[in-house]
Design a protein around this ligand. Structure first.
Ligand code: SAH
Length: 401
């Protein structure tokens, strides 16, 4: 067993059970651990701190498995963590077939993402530690879930930082179909686990899709007609379908990707929505919003769910300007009495900054807006309180008064 000894004072974050150890905190190692090998982490004074997975090339030099000296990091340890994660997601299964069953640090399995789509699992091994235990993890997942197969989508660029190659392949069982169909809150979605974003679907927006559906239904009840809505960055139509299911009269969905729009249209057909209720527009949202305003368009609800504009703190200023731009131009299209649902999935931008940026857009738009709710990811993406870096998706529901 190799010991990883920290520099003086660098044990503080571990004593608060934060699971990351940066290269700059490491004083020395008593041997040369292999990639992903479990090491014993000690303070400079020799106090036991954690069991961690070592990653020799990464700035995140080690990620902690456990802070309990009596635990052994072996197959049965992984079994217990995986079973605990699966059990915690059980209640969601009455609502949906798309569930993040393992969410890395939150499930004490740093760097591991496992998403379930009906009878299939899709994995992402994003750190050397979980990669070293890949076969055991795959066996346990097969045994505990009874799925038809596991598809590995370990193609995130972050793997290079961990000294790992990208890998996309069937990990266990059968080859998944080209499109897996799942149901969520009564709506059907097709998911391409090979080429889709993340593992194929924005599972994290589940509760916000349901909110959109409810807003559309409430509007119809109040006004006796369906709303007119704009869904920007629609991808495969998650929010668009929710709005149509809620009774929206017309939904305009905008995305720059022809592939995503094609899948979104197939998804609308899958649910039997009349084609004249939706319009699918391939365009750059920044330009589309300006053109729509020039054309005098207005909507009862506008949704903005862009890709991550800030990949790190370095890009935060540029990202803030981009968020401000779409929020300002999005707000201008909302009818008096209408709503805006606006999101940011940039982990580098915290909720306070996001709210400030959106408030800036409200001021510049010369509109009056109430914040009705702060929004976030669903219950299958919990935040480990000791690791705030896990928080990334945030949203605001604004009502224009
Ligand atoms: N709202 C979606 C997820 C959005 S992902 C959902 O709930 O499923 C971000 C999407 O923005 C991607 O589909 C990507 O193709 C699209 N995109 C990125 N930059 C864009 C731009 N400038 N204009 C339009 N679409 C863009």
């Amino acid at each position: 067993m190799v010991d990883l000894i920290l520099k003086k004072g660098k044990e503080r974050s571990l004593l608060r059970r934060h699971p990351w150890i940066y290269d700059t905190a490491v004083q020395k190692l008593t041997g040369t651990p292999s990639l992903g090998e479990t090491v014993r982490v000690l303070s400079k004074e020799g106090r036991f701190l954690a069991w961690a997975a070592y990653s020799k090339d990464s700035a995140l030099r080690a990620r902690c498995w456990s802070f309990d000296e009596t635990e052994r990091i072996d197959r049965s340890w992984f079994e217990s963590k995986i079973c605990k994660a699966l059990r915690a997601r059980e209640p969601l299964r009455t609502r949906t077939e798309a569930i993040r069953v393992i969410f890395g640090e939150a499930d004490q399995l740093p760097g591991l993402v496992v998403d379930r789509y009906g009878d299939w699992l899709v994995t992402q091994f994003q750190a050397a530690g979980v990669e070293a235990w890949r076969e055991e993890i795959a066996d346990i997942l097969m045994q505990e879930t009874g799925v038809k197969g596991i598809f590995d989508r370990s193609d995130a660029a972050t793997r290079h930082r961990e000294g790992l190659q990208e890998r996309v392949e069937v990990l266990r069982g059968q080859e998944p179909p080209a499109e897996i169909e799942i149901q969520e809150d009564g709506i059907r979605y097709g998911i391409d686990v090979r080429k889709g974003h993340k593992t194929g679907f924005y599972i994290d927006q589940r509760d916000n899709r349901l909110l959109a559906q409810k807003l559309a239904a409430a509007f119809k009840q109040r006004h006796g007609r369906g709303m007119r809505a704009l869904n920007c960055f629609c991808y495969t139509g998650g929010f668009s379908l929710a709005l149509l299911a809620g009774g929206a009269e017309e939904v305009i969905s905008v995305d720059s990707s022809a592939e995503a729009l094609a899948m979104a249209q197939r998804n609308a057909q899958r649910n039997g929505f009349a084609p004249e209720r939706s319009r699918w527009v391939q365009a750059d949202v920044f330009e589309y919003l300006r053109q729509a305003r020039d054309a005098g368009e207005s909507f009862d609800l506008v949704i903005l769910d862009p890709p991550k504009f800030a990949s790190s703190h370095k890009h935060i200023d540029r990202a803030a300007r981009a968020y401000k731009d779409i929020n300002l131009n999005g707000l201008r299209l909302v009818k008096e009495g209408g709503d805006l649902l606006t999101f940011s999935c940039s982990g580098a931008m915290d909720v306070d900054l996001f709210q400030k940026v959106v408030a800036g857009a409200v001021i510049d738009s010369r509109r009056e807006a109430w914040m009705i709710a702060r929004l976030g990811a669903g219950a299958d993406h919990p935040l480990m309180m000791t690791c705030p870096e896990g928080e990334y998706l945030k949203g605001l529901q604004l009502a224009l008064r």
